[in-house]
Design a binder for this molecule. Structure first.
Ligand code: AP5
Length: 214
């Protein structure tokens, strides 16, 4: 099945968790701008250095940087048969840029998936999230208490932007800059699928698939 999906939702809504499941189910690549930026930071590239102060403060990385990343991804061979965009677009300017790029490539978006979760649950999830300092793997929720990555020898640590103050700022940025993107998509007639992101991962996946495949 050929899918071109945008995954949206506040920090900790489960975009990465559900995105990985969709990636396996549909056999298309998932481009997570957050993962790409964190990988660049671990490697110490110019992109990583440019992004780090924004990320640590819970602010958005400038649109031109992000559009450059996605532009490269979309013209690559791996994106030919579909893709999942996780955490992009996050501003109206990014949504307009994506539409322009897709128009130039003759591609259509199938759906914008909007996962919503209560703020209290977001704080609970993000305060408990542990990621590998070496490879970036997000530890399973039931791995609480483990100190080492299940995939490599890296140490599990809290993500730099998962402290309570930065999570609050990320939520403000989401409301100010990213929620308007949903309105923009609705007003432009795109198919926006709203999914309740509360409850078990499996239950949410069922709702996500029902929404995408309906
Ligand atoms: P990014 O990495 O995209 O962060 P985010 O959007 O804040 O989302 P998260 O990765 O925190 O959460 P998620 O929704 O993927 O949830 P997850 O599945 O991990 O961006 C980070 C930063 O990069 C931004 O602040 C910005 O600076 C920059 N950036 C990125 N994209 C940008 C863009 N387009 N423009 C500008 N700047 C950009 O789940 C969270 C936790 O909950 C995990 O521990 C998971 O195991 C657990 N969990 C998941 N589902 C459930 C469930 N159902 N029940 C219980 N626990 C669950």
């Amino acid at each position: 099945m050929l899918v071109r999906i945008v995954l949206m939702g506040p920090p900790g809504a489960g975009k990465g968790t559900q995105g990985e499941i969709l990636e396996r189910r549909y056999g298309v690549p998932r481009f997570s701008t957050g993962d790409i930026l964190r990988a660049a930071r671990r490697k110490g590239t110019d992109l990583g250095l440019r992004a780090q102060s924004y990320m640590d403060a819970g602010e958005l990385v400038p649109d031109d940087v992000i559009l450059g990343i996605i532009g490269e991804a979309l013209v690559g061979d791996s994106a030919r048969d579909g893709f999942i965009l996780d955490g992009f677009p996050r501003t109206v300017a990014q949504a307009e840029g994506l539409t322009r790029m897709m128009d130039e490539l003759g591609l259509q978006l199938d759906a914008v998936l909007n996962i919503s979760v209560d703020d209290d649950e977001i704080v609970r999830r993000l305060s408990g999230r542990r990621v590998c300092s070496e490879c970036g793997l997000v530890a399973d929720a039931d791995a609480a208490g483990d100190s080492d990555c299940a995939d490599c020898s890296g140490k599990l640590v809290q993500r730099r932007d998962d402290d309570a103050d930065t999570v609050r700022r990320r939520l403000e940025v989401y409301r100010d800059q990213t929620e308007p993107v949903l309105t923009w998509y609705r007003n432009s007639g795109r198919r926006v699928v709203d999914v309740d992101g509360m409850g078990s991962v499996e239950g949410i996946t069922r709702r996500v698939l029902a929404g995408v495949e309906s």
